[in-house]
Ligand binder design. Structure first.
Ligand SMILES: Cc1ncc(COP(=O)(O)O)c(C=O)c1O
Length: 411
C-alpha cells in the first residue's frame, strides 16, 4: 500500500556527507587514526579531533535556570531581546538604514526555508548558485519550486554575467524573482564577494525590479569566521541602495557563530525600503513559523543575548583563536595547492576549501582519494576539503598527495 501522496518525492535523501564520514571512521579503525585524512565533517574541530564547543557559550548556557530553558519562547516571532540583538549583530547598530524586522528561526535553515516558501508560487523558479549547500535544492523541491543555477565563478571572481543571464531568462515568466547568494565564507568554496561585486548585484536587481520585484536571500551562515571580522558586514551598507521593489532577507545562524549546531537557533532578518513591505513579510513568516515549528529554542535565544551582552569579550577571544586556526589550516593547503598545481576555487575565508574538478572525473577521483585514505565530500564541479575539522598536521602535504592522485587518474 502506498500511503504517501503522489506528488511527494519518495526517493531517500542522498546524504553525501554521512556515508563518507562512516567510511572514514572504518578506515581509521583499520589503518589507525594517524594514517587517515578525514576532511569530511563540516563542523569546527580542534587540533585533537574534538568538536569545538565554546566555553564562553556553554558556561553561560549552564547558568540559565532550567525553567527558562524549559519554557516556550515569548512569541512565535521569537523573544524580543533576541530579535533586536540578532538585527544589530547582523547589520550593526544603525549602520544599515532600511526598514527591518526579525523572525527567530530554528537555525539558518529555518530562515532559508521561509524565503523559499513565501515569495514564489508552486512551479515557479528560484535562482541558486551552481556550487552550493545541498539543502537549497532539497528545499526548492520540497516546496515544489523549480530552480536554475548561476555559475558562481568567472575565472576567480563572482560570475555576475551568469547571474544576469539566469535572471533575465526568468523575467516576464513569473511575478517575482528570488535569488540566493551565500556570502561571505561561501559553502563550499570559501569565497567572499567584494563590496564592488555586491554593488553590481544590487544595481542589477534594482534594474530588474523595475519590471519584476526581486527578493535577495543573503545566507550568512559562516560570516563570523571571516578573517576581517570588523569589516565582515561592510558590504551590507550597499543594501541601502535597493529600490522599493527589492527585499533583502538575511539568513543568520547561531550554529557556527556559537558552535551550537544542535540548539537550532537563527533568524530571518527582513529588510526593505518600506516598512509596510517588511511588516507584510513578517506576518507571513510568523504564520509559517507557527505552522511548522511553533517557536524557537528559548534557552538558545536567551543564551545568544547573554553571551553577546555579558560575555562578549571572552566569546570573541575564544572564537578568534579558531578563526586563526582556520587561517593556518587553509593557508597550508592553499599554498601547497599552488606549489603543486592542484586547481582550487578562489578561497578567501571560511570552513571549506574546494578543489576544482570536472563532474566527469569527480566520482573516480573521489574513489581514488578514498583508496588512499583521503576522505572528502563531492560537490558540484568539485571536491570539498573541510579544513574546519582537519588538523594543521593533516593539512600538511595533503594538496600534493591530492595532486599526485589527480595526475594518476588523468594519465
Ligand atoms: C550555506 C549554509 N547555509 C545555512 C546553513 C544552516 O545551518 P543551520 O540551520 O544549522 O543554522 C548551513 C549549514 O550547514 C550552510 O552550510
Amino acid at each position: 500500500m502506498d500511503f504517501i501522496k503522489e506528488s511527494a518525492d519518495k526517493k531517500p535523501i542522498v546524504d553525501t556527507v554521512f556515508a563518507i564520514v562512516e567510511k572514514a571512521k572504518k578506515a581509521k579503525e583499520m589503518f589507525g587514526e594517524e594514517n587517515v585524512v578525514d576532511a569530511t565533517i563540516g563542523s569546527l574541530y580542534d587540533e585533537e579531533g574534538k568538536l569545538v564547543a565554546f566555553d564562553s557559550v556553554y558556561n553561560s548556557f549552564n547558568e540559565i535556570p532550567n525553567e527558562k530553558k524549559a519554557a516556550y519562547a515569548a512569541s512565535f516571532r521569537g523573544n524580543d531581546d533576541f530579535r533586536a540583538l540578532a538585527a544589530i549583530h547582523t547589520l550593526g547598530k544603525g549602520k544599515v538604514n532600511l526598514a527591518c524586522k526579525v523572525i527567530a528561526t530554528p537555525g539558518g535553515t529555518g530562515a532559508v526555508s521561509l524565503v523559499m516558501s513565501e515569495f514564489l508560487e508552486t512551479g515557479e523558479t528560484v535562482v541558486l548558485p551552481d556550487i552550493a549547500w545541498g539543502s537549497y535544492i532539497l528545499m526548492a523541491k520540497d516546496k515544489q519550486l523549480n530552480y536554475v543555477k548561476y555559475e558562481m565563478f568567472e575565472e576567480d571572481h563572482f560570475n555576475l554575467n551568469s547571474l544576469k543571464k539566469c535572471v533575465n531568462e526568468l523575467k516576464g515568466k513569473q511575478n517575482r524573482i528570488v535569488i540566493v547568494i551565500n556570502d561571505p565564507c561561501h559553502n563550499p568554496t570559501g569565497y567572499s564577494m567584494t563590496k564592488e561585486e555586491w554593488q553590481e548585484v544590487i544595481s542589477f536587481v534594482n534594474e530588474v525590479s523595475q519590471t519584476t520585484p526581486c527578493i535577495l536571500l543573503n545566507d550568512i551562515a559562516y560570516i563570523d569566521y571571516a578573517y576581517d571580522l570588523d569589516h565582515s558586514r561592510d558590504y551590507m551598507k550597499v543594501f541601502e541602495g535597493i529600490s522599493d521593489q527589492v527585499m533583502v532577507v538575511i539568513a543568520m545562524s547561531c550554529s557556527k557563530t556559537m558552535t551550537s549546531y544542535g540548539l537550532r537557533c537563527g533568524a530571518a532578518i527582513i529588510t526593505a525600503k518600506n516598512q509596510e513591505s517588511v511588516d507584510q513579510a513578517e506576518i507571513v513568516f510568523e504564520k509559517s513559523a507557527r505552522s511548522l515549528w511553533s517557536n524557537v529554542n528559548n534557552g538558545a535565544m536567551i543564551n545568544f543575548v547573554k553571551v553577546l551582552v555579558d560575555h562578549n569579550e571572552e566569546f570573541l577571544l575564544e572564537k578568534a583563536k579558531y578563526v586563526d586556526l582556520l587561517d593556518a589550516r587553509s593557508s597550508i593547503f592553499i599554498e601547497e595547492a599552488k606549489e603543486n598545481g592542484l586547481p582550487i576555487y578562489p578561497y578567501k575565508e571560511g570552513f571549506f576549501v574546494t578543489v576544482k574538478i570536472d563532474n566527469e572525473i569527480k566520482e573516480k577521483y573521489h574513489e581514488k582519494l578514498m583508496e588512499n585514505n583521503i576522505f572528502t565530500v563531492q560537490v558540484n564541479h568539485g571536491i570539498r576539503v573541510a579544513v574546519c575539522s582537519l588538523s594543521v598536521e593533516k593539512c600538511q602535504g595533503l594538496a600534493k598527495k591530492m595532486k599526485d592522485i589527480l595526475d594518476e587518474i588523468q594519465k
